[in-house]
Design a binder for this molecule. Structure first.
Ligand code: ARG
Length: 661
């Protein structure tokens, strides 16, 4: 007995909690009878880690049904644990008459008596002591994952060999971390694999390879068994892989994850387990592979060499697709070299192919240009300032002469009917036709003796017209020079005259169209055309005419012309016969135009083209012979081009002839 008291005193002193560890509680006036109407309570408190043993050595309380008169109640919190009344035999044997254990650190005793007692009751006498709680015995709390060790006033947990106690002081886990793998390939598995893995553990493994290589992880189908939580999640046990900011998993269950390309040369593998489970764990194989660089370095670029895959240390030459260029500051470079770097990215990522800037679009004569951007594929819009120009060149053949049914005989032309016609004088009299802004087509026989012709243009009335001068006369190379009087061959009767200055197009002067040797511009037999000039109106009339005349003629078979007169003149492939019914050209019309309408369904807007050049004839009023322009298109084009090339660029502003545009 003496030892027990000593121990209790000892523990009572050690305990930081200063609650007494034993005490005596008696009813009022004990062992005299207790008074009526008594009500007294006691709070019993023992230190943490202890329970309360309560025992009675005397009990003499008025008995009643359900102890409703007088009673002693034991209360924990709000719950009455026990209600005592009646008389128990005195504990003269030295043993308590009643003994209780409460697994709590506080309880309350409440004694009450009513207004009367039929006899005298002496009340009660009780002791309480603090008793140690065996936490390890309490299976519902199960405080330790492995071994539980009780001591008076507390308990501690301990672990089997190879396990360590976690910081929570309750769970044991295996120290499985710290594995560092640097071999190019290898195997990693859960602790003890294929025996069940330890509980309550966090195992971390690290694979660290040379930069430029990525780690690949693969699992065999049978090498994976990790406990799944009841809700199907991996919240109990899990395998998680972390690589360069990316996370794979958590994985659990019986199906291994598919092959993992980590895109990193450094990988952390984390295996986490909780307390329960009996699964065998996992095994994985790791290997390395060069980290591929993307198959394109930058947009709109061409790579050389062109490979399906580029890996660490590969080098490519980058050039740009059409319309793109590499710009550094204000310098342009044709290409650059990029290296596939260890992290799977290309070097020189600051360089890119940018759309080429064409700068401001070129200005064009008689036009205006509008644009918003000047980079590759941007568009600029050109417009002509005047209706006498089109974007491809000048408008040609524009006439105010309505398409007429056949009218016969010569008529006076109006301004606007044939605004390309030119009057030639100074030497031979004749005509010519403007075919672009600086060139006039005429007959060779007209200019062969007159290389400095004077030209009049811009009005049907010669007195109103403007005088132009010629810079150059170019006669067709196959034209046979000779006296016109005795000429027997007018083959190749064609010549070009270059004006001294370019002419600005307008309503009073603009070019006639040239034929293009197509169906549209090859007049058929019987097709009607217009011939115009300031020549004689009949064989007998005087040579000088002031106003421009025109007549409608139709194309004839060469035979018709040949048979109409007896002549020793040569007829060639380059001559067209036209006229008849009294309509003809005459002296003074040479070099002038024989014009036709384009053959088309929509005649309204079509202009006139130059089908022939007045060349020769015998009696005016019968047939005339015309040089076929279709046969000289190449010579015309080449001659003009060559001459203009030799001339170089002309700086003079085009000459304005028409007063109003
Ligand atoms: N050779 C003439 C001249 O110099 C043209 C004659 C046209 N004669 C004719 N009947 N169509 O003007």
């Amino acid at each position: 007995m003496g030892t027990r008291w000593l121990l209790l005193v000892l523990f009572g002193c050690i305990n930081v909690d200063s609650s007494p560890i034993f005490g005596e509680i008696t009813s009022p006036n004990y062992p005299q009878g207790y008074p009526n109407n008594a009500k007294e309570s006691w709070n019993v408190q023992v230190p943490e880690g202890y329970g309360i043993r309560l025992y009675f050595i005397h009990q003499d309380i008025e008995p009643s049904d359900g102890c409703e008169y007088d009673s002693l109640k034991v209360i924990i919190g709000d719950a009455v644990q026990e209600t005592l009344c009646g008389r128990s035999k005195d504990g003269s044997t030295g043993h308590p008459i009643k003994e209780r254990y409460y697994p709590t650190t506080t309880l309350k005793l409440l004694f009450t008596s009513d207004f009367s007692n039929q006899e005298r009751y002496t009340g009660f006498s009780a002791y309480y002591t603090a008793v140690d709680v065996d936490e390890c015995e309490d299976s519902s709390a199960n405080p330790c994952s492995h071994f539980c060790n009780n001591y008076i006033g507390g308990y501690f947990c301990s672990c089997p060999p190879e396990y360590d106690l976690h910081e929570d002081q309750h769970t044991c886990g295996v120290n499985c971390s710290g594995g560092l793998y640097t071999e190019l390939r290898g195997q990693i598995s859960s602790p003890g694999y294929p025996s069940p893995y330890p509980e309550n553990s966090v195992c971390e493994y690290k694979v660290q390879l040379e930069p430029g290589f990525q780690i690949i992880l693969t699992f065999q189908p049978t090498d994976f068994d990790i406990e799944v939580a009841n809700d199907g999640s991996c919240s109990y046990d899990s395998l998680t892989i972390k690589a360069k900011g990316r996370k794979f998993g958590p994985f659990c269950g019986k199906n291994p994850p598919p092959r993992i390309e980590t895109a990193s040369s450094e990988v952390d593998i984390i295996f986490q387990t909780d307390s329960g489970g009996d699964n065998k764990g996992w095994k994985l194989l790791y290997s390395e592979e060069a980290i591929p660089c993307p198959s394109h370095v930058t947009e709109n670029a061409i790579l050389d060499p062109q490979n399906d895959k580029y890996i660490y240390k590969d080098t490519v030459t980058v050039t740009c697709e059409e319309g793109y260029e590499i710009v550094i500051g204000n310098k342009k470079i044709p290409s650059f070299r990029a290296n596939c770097q260890a992290d799977g990215t290309w070097s020189h990522s600051h360089l890119s192919c940018q759309p080429v800037d064409c700068g401001a679009p070129e200005e064009v004569d008689y036009g205006e240009v509008k644009y918003e951007e000047s980079t590759y594929k941007s568009e600029a819009k050109y417009n002509c300032k005047s209706k006498y120009y089109t974007l491809s060149g000048e408008v040609c053949g524009k006439t105010t002469l309505q398409l007429q049914s056949r009218i016969y005989g010569g008529s006076k032309a109006k301004n606007g009917y044939f605004p390309w016609i030119m009057h030639f004088s100074f030497g031979s009299l004749g005509g010519g036709s403007l075919i672009n802004d600086q060139w006039v087509l005429t007959a060779a026989h007209m200019v062969q003796d007159n290389l400095q012709p004077k030209l009049l243009a811009g009005n049907v009335d010669l007195r109103e017209s403007i005088e132009l001068s010629a810079k150059k006369v170019i006669i067709h190379p196959n034209w046979k020079e000779g006296d016109n009087e005795n000429r027997k061959n007018y083959d190749n009767d064609i010549a070009l005259v270059q004006l001294s200055r370019k002419i600005e197009m307008g309503p009073c002067i603009c070019p006639v169209c040239l034929p293009d040797n197509s169906e549209k511009t090859s007049p058929d037999i019987d097709e009607i055309g217009y011939v115009a000039g300031w020549g004689k109106t009949s064989d007998k009339s005087k040579a000088k005419v002031r106003y421009l005349q025109y007549a409608i003629v139709s194309v004839r078979k060469t035979e018709d012309c040949k048979n109409s007169v007896v002549t020793d003149q040569a007829f060639t492939e380059n001559m067209m016969c036209a006229g008849g019914s009294g309509n003809d050209s005459c002296q003074g019309d040479s070099g002038g135009p024989l014009m036709f309408r384009y053959v088309t369904d929509e005649v309204e807007d079509e202009g006139l083209y130059l089908g022939g050049i007045v060349s020769w004839g015998l009696n005016c009023g019968e047939f005339g012979m015309y040089t076929i322009v279709n046969n000289y298109l190449g010579w015309i084009r080449d001659t003009i081009q060559q001459t203009e090339q030799e001339d170089g660029e002309q700086k003079d502003k085009p000459l304005r002839i028409c007063k109003d545009l």
